[in-house]
Design a protein around this ligand. Structure first.
Ligand code: FES
Ligand code: FES
Length: 197
């Protein structure tokens, strides 16, 4: 008697194992990163997100935050997690051009939004975004952990107000905490970005 289904080739079998393993890993990573065990009945649903101008299909749990999805499902680890409770701004991304704490919005609510992360700012030819370039030239970061969030807030600010005063820039970045205290250097960077255009 032949026990092996001839349609299940070795290649198909291995591809299946890899695919199921990858899915289990990304899902497990999310729960581990959030200090949770998978709740009974927490069914992930496939949704479509617009991230950095690309359509991304991803399985998302009902209680999953955008920061977790970006980092642990889509590999966009430029979005940092600091407090994970809407206090520090490390996770700031743009949603329809508005700086948004990605740790404090559910991914399922983002289905119609245009999401931008720090990975999406670089131009196709590799040039840095003017804000990134200005932050480099102004030596704005120290440890750099808050930098992606500061960048995204600055980009959002300059889209809404391309020529801010220093005080307006201060207010624009007020939601981003810097443990290194590099606030003035970030403001220098924003004002330099205004000149770079
Ligand atoms: S990690 Fe989102 S506000 Fe701190
Ligand atoms: S540069 Fe270190 S937290 Fe801001």
């Amino acid at each position: 008697m032949k026990l092996v289904n001839p349609k299940v080739t070795r290649r198909r079998f291995i591809k299946g194992v890899i695919a199921s393993g990858a899915a289990a890993t990304s899902s497990s990573l999310w729960y581990a990163a959030n200090g949770q065990s998978r709740p009974a009945g927490a069914v992930e649903r496939l949704i479509r997100l617009n991230v950095n101008g690309q359509v991304r299909n991803v399985d998302v749990a009902p209680q999953e935050t955008l920061a977790s999805t970006l980092r642990y499902k889509l590999g966009l680890t430029g979005t940092k997690l600091g407090c994970n409770r809407g206090e520090c701004g490390a996770c700031t991304v743009l949603v329809d051009d508005i700086p948004t704490y990605a740790c404090s919005v559910l991914t399922h609510s983002m289905k119609n939004g245009r999401i931008e992360t720090v990975e999406g700012l670089e131009s196709p030819n590799g040039d840095l975004h003017p804000v990134q370039q200005a932050f480099v030239e102004s030596l704005s970061p120290q440890c750099g952990y808050c930098t992606p969030g500061q960048i995204m807030s600055a980009v959002g600010l300059l889209r809404a107000n391309p020529n801010p005063t220093r005080e307006e820039a201060r207010q624009g970045l007020a939601g981003n905490i810097c443990r290194c205290g590099s606030y003035d250097s970030y403001l220098d960077g924003v004002m330099r970005a205004v000149q770079i255009g």
